[in-house]
Design a binder for this molecule. Structure first.
Ligand code: UDP
Ligand code: MG
Length: 316
């Protein structure tokens, strides 16, 4: 099979028939063999009914129904598990992404050899309150992930080589950073294609402004995981040791200067009157805490199923 289209959806009943008809038209015109996997993320409207109706009429339609709303990332994860096509395309269900982009995305994966191609909604039809923070979000993501050529990490329209979706694990709200996940899994031919974008025709957006706060926290977690995920002691141990040493030196200085003053008959005060004493105390305590955190991290990562999970490309 050439293409699997994975569509996560939450309360998008009005768009689905139109979206499927459009995808089918594009696929037929280009002679692709394909499947469309609708992942119904616990919709409370009639989306599932619509998917069942579509499935009865078209054998290319497949559906997954969650018992409750889990979020876009879990929906993508399950769609990826099920996908069988050589190229996997994801798109939103709200008709904001155009299926007309599919043939070119497919060509970029198959002929140009990209592992992942992300859409870039250069001209967006979203409110300003969304587009401006988005710019900032993408600039940060570019810096942290080191994928310098992407302008639109969170674009719902993306194309993947099959191995990519089978090797990465999208969870939580990590769908915003799939290119980063792919890069961490060793797929570094990541490209971009400018895509058309339309205003939402039916329904309303499922994400509010909290997406930027959560997105920022997720980015920090990913960065940390990719750098120190399997060697937490390397960060915490270093910070802990440094702080402990600083604190220890300070204690010596505070104690020694008092002894010196006593010995030479100079005026002296209680050690606890010196601000340095408290600084030294705090630094040593924090150092010990960091060190412990590092140890605990090591114990956890020793038991992690990820610890020996490598992406082997070839073996002969
Ligand atoms: N979506 C989902 N589960 C959720 C929230 C959203 O499957 O909990 C789907 C939604 O139905 C749509 C896609 O994710 O197909 C993108 O959502 P939306 O269009 O609301 O996001 P925006 O375009 O505003 O970024
Ligand atoms: Mg949308």
């Amino acid at each position: 099979m050439d293409i699997s289209v994975v569509i996560p959806l939450y309360n998008e009943e009005e768009s689905l028939p139109e979206l499927y008809a459009w995808i089918e038209r594009v696929m037929t015109e280009n002679h692709f063999t394909f499947e469309v996997i609708f992942v119904n993320d616990g919709s409370t409207d009639h989306s599932w009914q619509v998917i069942e109706d579509l499935q009865e009429k078209h054998k290319q339609v497949k559906g997954i129904k969650f018992r409750r709303n889990y979020g876009k990332s879990p929906a993508l994860y399950c769609g990826f598990e099920r996908a069988q096509g050589n190229v996997v395309i994801t798109m939103d269900a709200d008709l904001q992404d155009s299926p007309d982009e599919i043939p070119e995305l497919y060509r970029m994966i198959v002929s140009d050899g990209y592992d992942l191609v992300s859409g870039y909604k250069q001209k967006r039809y979203d409110p300003l309150s969304k587009t401006i923070p988005t710019k900032l979000f993408n600039a940060t993501a570019r810096k942290v992930s080191g994928i310098k050529n992407l302008h639109d990490f969170n674009c719902g329209l993306k194309a993947y080589r099959k191995e990519v979706v089978k090797s990465i694990e999208v969870y939580g709200e990590m769908h915003r950073y799939i290119p980063y996940l792919a890069k961490n899994a060793g797929f570094d031919k990541i490209g971009e294609k400018v895509v058309h974008h339309q205003a939402r025709k039916y329904g309303k957006t499922k994400f509010g402004l909290d997406r930027f706060v959560n997105g920022y926290l997720d980015l920090i977690s990913l960065w940390f995981l990719s750098r120190f995920g399997l060697k937490p002691m390397h960060v915490f141990g270093l910070m802990g040791t440094l702080m402990f040493i600083i604190g220890f030196i300070l204690v010596i200085v505070v104690g020694a200067s008092k002894l010196y003053a006593m010995h030479h008959g100079l005026g002296y005060r209680l050690v606890t009157d010196s601000p340095y004493f408290y600084i030294a105390l705090t630094t040593m305590l924090m150092g010990t805490q960091f060190f412990l955190a590092g140890f605990l991290g090591e114990l956890i990562s020793r038991n992690s199923p990820e610890r020996n999970n490598y992406q082997i490309e070839k073996e002969i």
